[in-house]
Design a protein around this ligand. Structure first.
Ligand SMILES: Cc1ncc(COP(=O)(O)O)c(C=O)c1O
Length: 404
């Protein structure tokens, strides 16, 4: 009889680039998960902003099952109905005229950065290749995306890295003015930095970036891999700010747990990814696109998006109540259902210590860097689950404070 895999098998058989928790979840339903021993957890982590409709949402399960019985894969030698339906749906719902599909956020950004350079090359010349990005930003783990990302630890030791990439200070327009010039092909920004500590952009900052890009004929690229698909309370966070990019990347919640990524752009820019310039075997895979279409159609409704705003208020209320009692946070911030609680000076750098305590209390949460406790729950988590999850978080916080 074969035995269930254990956490020790991770250390034995897998490359050591992750350090997962000891517990192995085996089943999920909505905002609850169960581990190998049948222990139940409330999920405030949402697979790092992926499970936007919780676990095994009926609309996604039924789209996946129907597609699984119909057609799995064709490659891009042929197109397919789910990919065309998803492209049409995203174009009709956003600023975009065209979509490109891939399998992850990193790949969507890789396509975006290549498109920006190629567009400048086609329309101005090879010298217009500079990319301006931001410190603390995160755009993925390919060599190009870690180089555009503003956290040097992720590219350290992997050089030589791609050149002509400069990093300004997030929410500081003057620092962008100092770097941008007519050789800049793109400014790349997350409308809300996720991995960098859950920091929403100031509205004036994003509109200022739009103006600077127009002044210098550069493309504005919004990385909405974490902020997109309902998380901000709008389908995409650019809609919250009223600032329209030239290229937008999406992944994570787009597939609700099925791997899929998309790059959206306009008819002005798209022609530079002409036949043969870029591609991916799995891009537009029918299973992925069928699930993503169901996710987008389910999420982009007044009921779900207004529910995100309501739940945001509920999360904030609870976090602030915990803080009044324990004084553990300096600030609670975020948009919609991407929330960050920055640790108070007395607990500087200790956000991560909350996670195992929370697991013991039956709650899954996240951090964003050493100093921010992060939550990215399902957009349709019930009020009762928020309340129960917060009671568990409070017990974990009390234990941290007690041990301090
Ligand atoms: C803003 C942002 N961009 C890109 C990525 C990379 O996405 P993936 O891990 O799917 O490649 C992430 C992942 O955390 C992200 O938060």
């Amino acid at each position: 009889m074969s035995q269930s895999p254990t956490r020790d098998d991770f250390d034995r058989y897998m490359v050591p680039n992750y350090s997962p928790q000891r517990t192995i979840p085996v089943r999920g339903e909505g905002s609850r998960l169960w581990d190998q021993d049948g222990r139940e957890y409330i999920d405030f982590a949402g697979g790092i902003a992926v499970n936007a409709l919780g676990h095994c949402h009926p609309a996604l399960v039924s789209a996946l099952k129907a597609q699984a019985d119909t057609l799995w894969h064709l490659s891009n030698v042929y197109t397919n109905e789910p990919a065309l339906a998803l492209a049409k749906s995203l174009v009709e719902r956003t600023f975009a005229d065209k979509a490109y599909f891939c399998s992850s956020g990193g790949e969507a950004n890789e396509a975006a950065f290549k498109l920006a350079r190629r567009w400048a090359y086609d329309n101005v010349g090879a010298h217009k290749d500079k990319i301006v990005s931001f410190r603390q930003s995160f755009h993925g783990r390919t060599l190009f995306t870690v180089s555009v990302g503003g956290q040097p630890k992720y590219s350290e030791g992997f050089g030589p890295i791609p050149g002509r990439i400069e990093h300004a200070v997030y929410n500081d327009l003057d620092s962008v003015r100092a770097l941008i010039d007519d050789e800049t092909c793109a400014v790349v920004v997350e409308p809300m930095q996720g991995e960098g500590g859950v920091v929403p952009a100031d509205p004036d900052f994003l509109s200022g970036l739009r103006m600077l890009c127009d002044e210098h004929q550069a493309l504005l690229v919004f990385d909405e891999v974490q902020s997109g698909v309902g998380r901000s309370g709008h389908l995409y966070a650019y809609m919250h700010y009223g600032v329209t990019p030239d290229i937008l990347t999406s992944a994570k919640a787009l597939g609700g747990g099925f791997p899929v990524g998309a790059m959206l752009t306009t008819d002005r820019v798209a022609p530079s990814l002409a036949v043969g310039t870029h591609g991916s075997t799995y891009g537009g895979n029918p299973l992925a696109c069928a699930v993503a279409l169901a996710a987008v159609e389910t999420i982009d409704t007044a009921e779900v998006l207004e529910g995100v705003m309501h739940r945001h208020a509920l999360f904030k209320e609870h976090l602030e109540a915990i803080n009044r009692e324990y004084g553990i946070f300096k600030e609670v911030r975020g948009l919609g259902l991407l929330l960050g609680a920055e640790m108070a000076p007395a607990y500087e750098g200790r956000a991560k210590e909350i996670l195992p305590l929370a697991m013991e209390e039956g709650l899954m949460a996240l951090v964003a860097g050493p100093n921010v406790l992060r939550m990215a729950p399902s957009l349709v988590i019930s009020e009762a689950e928020v309340r129960e999850g917060m009671a568990r978080l409070e017990r974990a916080v009390a234990r941290l404070v007690q041990d301090a």
